[in-house]
Design a protein around this ligand. Structure first.
Ligand SMILES: [Zn+2]
Length: 416
């Protein structure tokens, strides 16, 4: 990159004003947002984004999943575009920045390039992915998932909300179902800016998280079977206490996760004991072990050790056990060159930074399967997200967008 380009910055005030303007659409009850996917508020947010993109002289694309693409022309008609974006939909009690920062950060890059009269070889496309949150329509990251070939479009259209309204019908109803085939676009690269949604960057006093991996997830549902019996009249040696076996297994889950510190985590958040009565020794316990790691081998090791340890525990107690894998996805390793572009941008701009692993799922995790991809993270106050009190500072937003800007223009290649 030419020396003249090294100090370029986006307009932090304009980015912040746009975030505040978007937040007026679908206000929450406590200062945040309720702009759930495929609602009238979602349609209104999309229209505002489209208006801003058209004012920035972009041409708009819309695919059959409602994904929006604002295209700024490059100088080389053969060069594939660099895509940049996230999502405008929110949780029912969501914040003003989760997703929105990444979409409007993409728009801000285009506005800044226009201001400075800078041309790039590759086109730059600011993107809004439909239904990232997955609250109204499960699963999360539905439309980037269809784009990346993880789900079929028919299956996505058939997803139902709590009132039985289908995704496809609601997409048409709000008027944002396009003609374009989903996933037909080819990308030179994809970049997503997102708030961290965790406490690490703020605690370490870092401006920027360079996201190297997305955490993989494994859910194993465990059923331990013993025998229901009276808590008063059954002698201790004769008990088949499934609740006690579960308690011993929970200790093992914690121990196994700690053995792969700091990146692996493990917990049991779902527990049912039967019959769940004060004076009955539980004859059955059903619980789900949640293991996560950015390394697939570590996940496999944790799953295997759980089974061995749990079988030892129940054998010694004379109980039965069953395991069922009920969910999960593989870890994501983001593209080396794109990650290096993000790290180099933070370095060049003088922002403090650290490598970080995304604990949450993001559209970038699916797009990484079809294009070289990386993510930029900025801190959020107390790590709080999926909460109306979600907060970031204007400086954090600007720093994140500056790094996104530099990573994108380096990849899209400035034409001198
Ligand atoms: Zn998000």
């Amino acid at each position: 990159m030419a020396a003249s380009a090294q100090n370029l910055r986006i307009n932090g005030d304009r980015l912040w004003d746009s975030l505040m303007e978007m937040a007026k659409i679908g206000p929450g009850v406590a200062g945040g947002n309720n702009r759930q996917t495929l609602t009238d508020e979602d349609a209104e947010g999309r229209a505002l984004f489209q208006k801003w993109c058209e004012e920035a002289r972009c041409s708009m694309g819309l695919d059959q999943m409602g994904n929006m693409f604002a295209w700024r022309e490059g100088t080389d008609p053969e060069a594939l575009p660099v895509y940049v974006g996230s999502h405008l939909d929110t949780q029912p009690t969501g914040g003003k920045y989760d997703g929105v920062l990444g979409v409007l950060g993409g728009l801000e890059i285009i506005r800044t390039l226009n201001d400075l009269g800078i041309k790039t070889k590759h086109p730059i496309v600011a993107t809004n992915w439909t239904n990232e949150e997955g609250t109204r329509y499960a699963p999360a990251m539905l439309s980037s998932g269809v784009f990346a070939g993880m789900h079929t479009q028919d299956w996505a259209y058939d997803r139902e909300d709590a009132e039985g309204k289908k995704f496809g019908d609601e997409l048409r109803r709000i008027g944002w179902c396009g003609e374009e085939e989903v996933g037909a676009r080819k990308m030179h690269a994809f970049f997503e800016l997102h708030i961290e949604q965790g406490p690490i960057l703020e605690a370490e006093g870092k401006d920027i998280g360079v996201v190297t991996h997305g955490q993989g997830l494994s859910w194993t549902q465990v059923t331990v079977t013993g025998k229901d019996a009276h808590t008063g009249s059954t002698p201790m040696p004769m008990r088949k206490n499934a609740g006690l076996a579960m308690a011993r297994i929970l200790e093992k889950v914690d121990e196994i996760a700690w053995s792969h510190a700091p990146h692996a985590v493990g917990a049991v958040g779902h527990i049912d004991v039967y019959p769940n009565s004060r004076n009955v020794i539980p004859g059955k316990a059903v619980f789900t072990v949640d293991f996560r790691s950015p390394d697939l081998d570590v996940i496999t090791d944790m799953e295997n050790r759980l089974r061995v340890a749990a079988e030892d525990i129940v054998d010694e107690m004379g109980l039965q056990i069953q395991f069922e894998r009920v969910g999960g996805f593989d870890p994501v390793k983001f593209d080396g060159d794109c990650v290096a572009a993000v790290r180099g941008a933070a370095e060049r701009l003088g922002y403090s930074h650290t490598d970080i692993i995304s604990g949450a799922g993001h559209d970038a995790c699916w797009i990484n399967r079809v294009a070289p991809t990386a993510m930029v993270m900025c801190p959020c106050v107390d790590g709080l997200s999926h909460n109306e009190a979600e907060e970031i500072s204007k400086d954090w937003a600007a720093a994140g967008a500056d790094v996104l800007f530099h990573a994108v223009i380096e990849t899209a290649e400035i034409v001198e």
